[in-house]
Ligand binder design. Structure first.
Ligand code: ADP
Length: 263
């Protein structure tokens, strides 16, 4: 049996997905460190180990993500937009708008029925509203990023955070903490501020239902709910949302493997 691998080397996390000759997903792994670290090599080894196969059984590797040009031994590379579009339409076929929030960028894209990219909008270079912004706010609050969702869902009031800039928002959070405002309410305010920013980006792209979120930040259900309120529509999240880019890349790798066989 030969296999096709998709590897998504992000700014914050490395992800890999493995398909067998029948196009079935037989391995998927996430390592929470990204480009410029041992993360990419680690996720590569981990996915082989979890599927119990050798390196020699990989017929094609497609890389995507911010760090895709730095990984050696790949057969080709694809943009993150193409891979998220392909991955999400494979996981959730009825989706027409994807909001992908990763470690350092926000991308909104609309796709057609075949998963082809129609339009997209990205954030500027600023960290506002990204995973990094949420990670920084979690640190200031002395909580884990993974706990932000539960905390915001326990809020009884939303403590407004008016700055979108990471540095100013950090000062605002510190000032709210010193005024004895509950952490839960501050987290709800942080989510609202991120949701407002993401919603305005999404509206610039044009929102066509159904809408899905991909990327690691989609695991934050509190933020997803806040964004649903801003966009006034339901947002679907697949349990493999953070792996959507790697799965899309693996689907491209599968096509590469089949093409090579026909030649
Ligand atoms: P990239 O592709 O840029 O490396 P990812 O799509 O992998 O980014 O997302 C990384 C971000 O996902 C992190 O910055 C973190 O904020 C967020 N994240 C990861 N796991 C969780 C979780 N369980 N709950 C909330 N946020 C999470």
């Amino acid at each position: 049996m030969m296999y096709a691998m998709g590897i998504d080397i992000g700014s914050t996390a490395s992800k890999a997905a493995l398909l067998d000759e029948n196009g079935k997903i037989v391995g998927k792994e996430i390592v929470p460190i990204g480009t410029g670290t041992v993360g990419p090599q680690k996720v590569f080894n981990q996915v082989l180990e979890s599927a119990d196969i050798d390196k020699e059984q990989i017929a094609w590797i497609t890389a995507t993500g911010y760090g895709r040009f730095a990984f050696e031994g790949i057969n080709d590379q694809k943009s993150e937009l193409s891979c998220h579009a392909k991955g999400i339409s494979y996981l959730m076929p009825d989706i027409h708008t994807i909001i992908d929030i990763g470690g350092q960028d926000i991308k909104v894209m609309t796709i057609n029925d075949k998963g082809g990219l129609m339009n997209f909008v990205m954030n500027d270079k600023c960290a506002a509203g990204t995973g990094r912004f949420l990670d920084t706010m979690a640190k200031v609050l002395d909580v884990e990023t993974e706990d932000l969702s539960d905390l915001s869902l326990q809020a009884d009031e939303v403590a407004e955070i008016s700055s979108t800039c990471t540095v100013f928002a950090e000062s605002e959070v510190i000032s709210k903490l010193s005024s004895k405002i509950k952490t839960e309410n501050i987290v709800a305010g942080i989510h609202k501020s991120v949701a407002r920013r993401v919603a305005s980006l999404a509206q610039r792209c044009g929102v066509k239902e159904e809408v899905a979120m991909s990327g690691g930040v989609a695991l934050n259900n509190g933020l997803v709910q806040s964004l649903e309120e801003e966009l006034k529509c339901k947002i679907r999240v697949h349990e493999d949302c953070q792996l959507a880019g790697a799965i899309g890349a693996a689907l491209y790798a599968y096509e590469g493997m089949k093409r090579e066989r026909m030649e």
